[in-house]
Design a binder for this molecule. Structure first.
Ligand SMILES: *Cc1c(COP(=O)(O)O)cnc(C)c1O
Length: 459
C-alpha cells in the first residue's frame, strides 16, 4: 500500500500541495484536504479540457444567461422525482410538456416526460412503440412475432442501442453517396406486420437535414387504409425539434401528420439549456403504453412514473421553463434566425474560397455548415480538421458518413448563438489558411505528422 504523503507546514501555509504532488487517483483518500485546495485541484485540471467557444462539434448548449445560471445553482438540491416534496417542480415539468405539445401541434390533451436527454426519451418512446405493437397484435388475435424497427443509416447511435438493449430487430436503410436522408421509397420494402414503428430524423447529426417525414407519413397512412397495418412514426427531433418550429413553421413533420405518434427533443441542444434535459411528447395520452407506467408510494404519495432513471436534479427542468417564458416563440425565433444567418455567411465564405463543396446548403437544415473538399486535393477532410486545430485551436470535426456512403468524408461546423459574425469571419479565414498550409506542404507530406483522430459526429 502506498502511503499518502502528508502536506508540509509550508505547503499548507503558502499554497496547494498539488503543485508538487500527483492528484489522488487510485485508492480512496485516507485524509481530506481544505475545501479551497479541493476546488483548485479540480478546477486546474479542468482547464486543460476543450474550450467551448472553439468547439464547432457539439450540439449541446455551452452558455446560458446569468439569471438562468443562478436559478440552476440555487435549485441543485431539488430531487425531481420526489413529487410529494417538490410538487411545484413536477407541475413545471407538466407546463413544459404542454408547451411542447402546443409547439408540435398536438390535437388535444397529451402526455410526456422529462428525460435525461434525447437518448432516454428515445428508449422510452421506442419501448412504448414496442408495447403498443404487441397490444395491437393481441387485440386482433394475431401472432406476436419478432418485432422490428425501421430507420435510416442517418440516425444517431442511440437507435441501434435501443434495438440491441431491448431485443428489437433493426432494419436500417443504407445511405448512398449524395443521399444522406431517407424517404418513403426507402422504408416501404422493410415494413411488415411486425414493424413496431419507423424512426424518422428531424435534423441529422451528419448533415443537419430531415428525413422526408411527410412522405413516410403518407406511405403509412396508405398502408393503414390498404392493409390495416397501423405503423406509427416516432420523430427524433433531438436537434430539429427546437429549430424547425421557428425556422420552417410551415413544414409539416410533427403531430399535424397522422402517423406521428411521439417526438423527442433535447432541451440541452437547441432548447438552449445546459446538459441533462430531454423531452418525450406523445400525440395523445393513449400513445403511451400503460404497461410502462409504474405506480409507487415510497415518497409519501402515490405517483405514476415513466422513466429509466429515478432520482435526478430538478434544475434543468426549471431552466427549461425559464427559457420558455424568457424567450417565447419570438425569442427562440430570433435566436434561431441569427444562427441561420451566420451559418449562411459561413456558407458564402467557404463557397467563395474555392476549396469546398457545400452539402445541401439550400435545403431545410439545422444551423450548421456541412462541407467537403472538392476532388483532387492532395489532402483530406481529416487533415483540414487537424490543421485548423493546430493553427487556431478550432475543434472542427471531420468524419466519414455511415454505410453505404462511408467513402464520403465530411467537415461540419455548428453555428450556435455563441458564434458571432466576427468569429465566423475569423473561422472562414482560418479554414482557408489551414488549406493553404496543407497545399504548401505538398501532397502527402502532412500524412506522417498526425494520427487520424476520428471524432464522433454524434455529440
Ligand atoms: C444528440 C442526438 C441524440 C441523442 O441525444 P442526447 O440528448 O444527447 O441523449 C439522438 N438523436 C439525434 C438526432 C441527436 O442529434
Amino acid at each position: 500500500m502506498a502511503t499518502e504523503p502528508t502536506p508540509t507546514q509550508e505547503a499548507m501555509l503558502f499554497g496547494s500541495r498539488f503543485l508538487t504532488e500527483d492528484a489522488p487517483d487510485g485508492p480512496f483518500p485516507k485524509t481530506g484536504m481544505a475545501a479551497l485546495d479541493a476546488q483548485r485541484l479540480v478546477e486546474e485540471e479542468l482547464q486543460l479540457e476543450g474550450d467551448p467557444n472553439r468547439n464547432l462539434a457539439t450540439f449541446v448548449t455551452t452558455s446560458m444567461e446569468p439569471e438562468a445560471q443562478q436559478l440552476i445553482a440555487e435549485n441543485n438540491y431539488r430531487n425531481f422525482i420526489d413529487h410529494a416534496e417538490y410538487p411545484i417542480s413536477a407541475e413545471i415539468e407538466q407546463r413544459c410538456i404542454r408547451m411542447l405539445a402546443d409547439l408540435y401541434n398536438a390535437p388535444g390533451e397529451t402526455t410526456g416526460a422529462r428525460c435525461q436527454g434525447s437518448s432516454e426519451a428515445i428508449m422510452l418512446g421506442a419501448l412504448s412503440l414496442k408495447w403498443k405493437w404487441k397490444e395491437r397484435r393481441e387485440a386482433e388475435n394475431k401472432s406476436v412475432g419478432e418485432p422490428n424497427l425501421v430507420f435510416g443509416g442517418d440516425v444517431h447511435v442511440v437507435w441501434e442501442k435501443f434495438c440491441r438493449y431491448f431485443d428489437v430487430e433493426q432494419r436500417v436503410v443504407p445511405l448512398q453517396p449524395g443521399k444522406y436522408t431517407i424517404g418513403p421509397d426507402d422504408v416501404a420494402p422493410h415494413i411488415d406486420e411486425n414493424t413496431i414503428g419507423v424512426a424518422a430524423v428531424l435534423g441529422t447529426t451528419f448533415t443537419g437535414h430531415a428525413d422526408d417525414i411527410r412522405g413516410i407519413n403518407d406511405l403509412l397512412v396508405k398502408l393503414k387504409a390498404d392493409k390495416g397495418h397501423d405503423v406509427p412514426i416516432h420523430v427524433d427531433g433531438a436537434s430539429g425539434g427546437f429549430v424547425w418550429p421557428f425556422l420552417y413553421p410551415h413544414s409539416e413533420w410533427d403531430f399535424r401528420l397522422e402517423q406521428v405518434r411521439s417526438i423527442n427533443v433535447s432541451g440541452h441542444k437547441f432548447g438552449l439549456v445546459y446538459p441533462g434535459i430531454g423531452w418525450l411528447v406523445f400525440r395523445e395520452k393513449s400513445d403511451l403504453a400503460e404497461h410502462l407506467v409504474f405506480y409507487e408510494n415510497y415518497l409519501g404519495e402515490t405517483d405514476a412514473t415513466f422513466t429509466l432513471n429515478f432520482s435526478t436534479g430538478a434544475s434543468m427542468v426549471l431552466a427549461q421553463y425559464y427559457n420558455f417564458v424568457r424567450y417565447g416563440r419570438e425569442g427562440y425565433g430570433y435566436v434561431m434566425k441569427a444562427m441561420q444567418e451566420n451559418a449562411k455567411a459561413l456558407v458564402e465564405k467557404l463557397d467563395h474560397c474555392g476549396h469546398f463543396e457545400l452539402i445541401g446548403e439550400n435545403e431545410e437544415q439545422l444551423p450548421l455548415v456541412a462541407f467537403k473538399l472538392i476532388d483532387g486535393k492532395g489532402y483530406d477532410e481529416f487533415d483540414v480538421s487537424w490543421q485548423v486545430a493546430a493553427e487556431r485551436g478550432w475543434m472542427l470535426p471531420a468524419y466519414t458518413m455511415p454505410p453505404d456512403a462511408q467513402e464520403v468524408k465530411v467537415l461540419r461546423a455548428l453555428v450556435k448563438h455563441t458564434l458571432s459574425r466576427a468569429q465566423i469571419d475569423r473561422l472562414a479565414k482560418d479554414i482557408e489558411h489551414a488549406c493553404d498550409t496543407l497545399e504548401k506542404k505538398g501532397k502527402g507530406a502532412h500524412k506522417s505528422e498526425r494520427k487520424k483522430i476520428k471524432r464522433s459526429p454524434n455529440i
